[in-house]
Write a protein that binds this ligand. Sequence first.
Ligand code: NAD
Length: 450
Amino acid sequence: MKIAIIGTGYVGLVSGACFAEMGVDVTCVDVDSTKIDNLHKGIIPIYEPGLEDMVNRNVKAERLHFSTRLDDVLDDVEVIFSAVGTPPNEDGSADLKYVLQVAREVGQKMNKYVLLVTKSTVPVGTARLVKQAIQEELDKRGVSIPFDVASNPEFLKEGDAINDFMSPDRVVVGTESEKAKELITRLYRPFLLNNFRVIFMDIPSAEMTKYAANSMLATRISFMNDIANLCEIIGADINMVRKGIGTDVRIGSKFLYAGSGYGGSCFPKDVQALIRTAEENGYELKLLKAVEEVNNTQKEVLFRKLAKRWGHDMSGKTVAVWGLAFKPNTDDIRQAPAFDIIRKLLLAGATVRCFDPIAIPASKSYLEYLEKDNNTTEKPDYSKVYFANDIYDATFDADALLLVTEWKEFRMPSWNVVKKSLKNPLVLDGRNIYDKTEMKELGFEYECIG
Ligand code: NAD
């Protein structure tokens, strides 16, 4: 079977490589010619464990191809997945311009039946707009060609995306025709040979399922952060509380970790978009508004802990930050809490020494972009951010160490080296990965979340 995937980002490239791994002939299409040129040279644009090997293996086997032109493959494929970005508009709603551009392009260029499957996270009603856009283009051409649309929201987690795609908990698909159902079944059967967990449903329910899933996960995080903050005030320990409630099978132990707030390219924008969808339909999602508010406050919790000790004027202070990516095992820094903290520290006059095992190049580009951006009112002095060569270089002569992302290599550092390197042995653990008693015994002033 031959398919095309439009949008070769985190979702498109992983999906393309995984379908190719199962024997499907896949062409990944992207408008970003640098990305496609690099992929032709074997340079993978993102960091995702296992992806580089899988891409190169399938390119070599001639099952995975890259192109900037959809027309090159459109006449040969039965199924097209659209995995382009759906960034937030200023009001929080999802910007559908890329999704609809893809639909129009398909309508302009198709010459035979295709099934266009939207993998991007899109609000309820988008499939209708996609269908309308294709039909309008066909009408303009004065041709009548059958097509189907479907919704197949993606649930992969960056950092473990290949495992998630190869062995999904479930695959959710919204369809309107038997033909679409049959094509999707053929494509996903190899991933779910022993237990076929494709859940077919109507398209609006599939579109909604993705938002509901991300909103539920974000809610668990904000709930635990809120309870953690209360634990600190009343003298309870959130780690004990987490164990206590996580063993209840109705609650479960996953996604119950207090920390410095959620980030990434999905939770913040999807929670906002669902709030907007509700508002546009005359309903107020009070719970999700609170989830978002708690998270916005939580992203600055480490800064507040420092400000409590040092006051809001941090001139002359140097702060080490371990971890920039929004979570471990990815180079994705979109909406990462580290940058909220760094911004607050710089505005307070501090100098920052940061380290991340993978996300430093992406972070440097992001800070260069922020430096040139003249639309922000309060612009910190980004030249006061030093990108360190390793974890100990980051702590050199610093007045405090903040652990922001729980990469494995931060879990068991040589604390004696850290202590010697720091000017002041203060460690603020934004992910609760260190042992309170041990840190105190080692002579650190230590605080975690909750
Ligand atoms: P991304 O920004 O990494 O990639 C999107 C790609 O689409 C870019 O390379 C861009 O150049 C390309 N593109 C845009 N318009 C195009 C067009 N007209 N033709 C061809 N290519 C085009 O995005 P992502 O993180 O992969 O997310 C894609 C979608 O999947 C979003 O809706 C997101 O919410 C959703 N999603 C993301 C994740 C994740 O972990 N990143 C997980 C599940 C769902």
